[in-house]
Design a protein around this ligand. Structure first.
Ligand code: PRP
Length: 203
């Protein structure tokens, strides 16, 4: 049985469709129920819906053999997994954004609000800018509006959230997309199945 962690939410159904097309169907998964675990014995596969930011944890610890996680999560948490494939889905970017009239003043430590503390720290270290990280869990865009931070480091997809809150991108840090990841020992012991998936998904 191959255990697959799927990201619940926006990308979920499209990600499942890739596995289905790769020869691992499980039709009950799309029946609209609130169940989180689905199995197709015939295809020897078990799927479960995980919070997108948790997929890499299941895979790293072997509760899932493979899964799909955003590059943002892989960069932020550096889980000990194999990154097998860029699925070219869920494309967005990690960016620095600030209020429209914002001017950086390098005499002061920059206050940066973000969910992605490691990515932000590494980016500002690379450009030699002193910062103070304010770690938040969501709604990052309100931080500079309320004076909690000077800038934010966050995911930008369409740019609508920034625009509607009078913020703009100052710098793109890194492009992001969904990645197929595998547990390191599963990759050895379930190699045939995993390689089949990689082959089919690369077509
Ligand atoms: C992400 C991100 C932005 C928004 C960007 O949040 O944090 O708020 O999407 O998308 P846009 O550029 O298309 O407007 P998400 O909806 O994933 O929720 P979260 O804040 O709980 O992470």
């Amino acid at each position: 049985m191959l255990n697959v962690a799927l990201p619940k939410g926006r990308l979920g159904e499209n990600v499942y469709r890739l596995f289905e097309a790769a020869g691992f169907p499980c039709p009950s998964l799309l029946d609209g129920s609130r169940k989180l675990i689905f199995e197709n014995e015939e295809a020897q596969v078990r799927y479960f819906w995980a919070k997108p930011s948790d997929v890499a944890i299941y895979v790293e610890r072997g509760a899932a053999d493979i899964g799909v996680a955003g590059k943002d999560i892989l960069l932020e948490y550096e889980p000990d997994v194999y990154e097998l494939l860029d699925l070219q889905m869920g494309k967005c970017r990690m960016a620095v954004a600030a209020p429209k009239d914002y001017q950086d003043d390098s005499r002061y430590t920059l206050k940066v609000a973000t969910k992605f503390s490691r990515i932000a720290r590494e980016y500002y270290t690379s450009i030699g800018r002193d910062i103070d990280i304010i770690h938040l869990n969501g709604s990052i865009e309100i931080a500079p509006i309320l004076g909690l931070s000077d800038v934010i480091v966050d995911i930008v997809e369409t740019g609508t959230t920034l625009k509607e809150n009078n913020l703009e991108v100052i710098e793109t840090i890194v492009p992001i997309s969904a990645r197929l990841i595998a547990n390191k020992s599963s990759f050895k012991f379930k190699q045939a199945q995993i390689e089949k998936i990689v082959r089919e998904m690369s077509k």
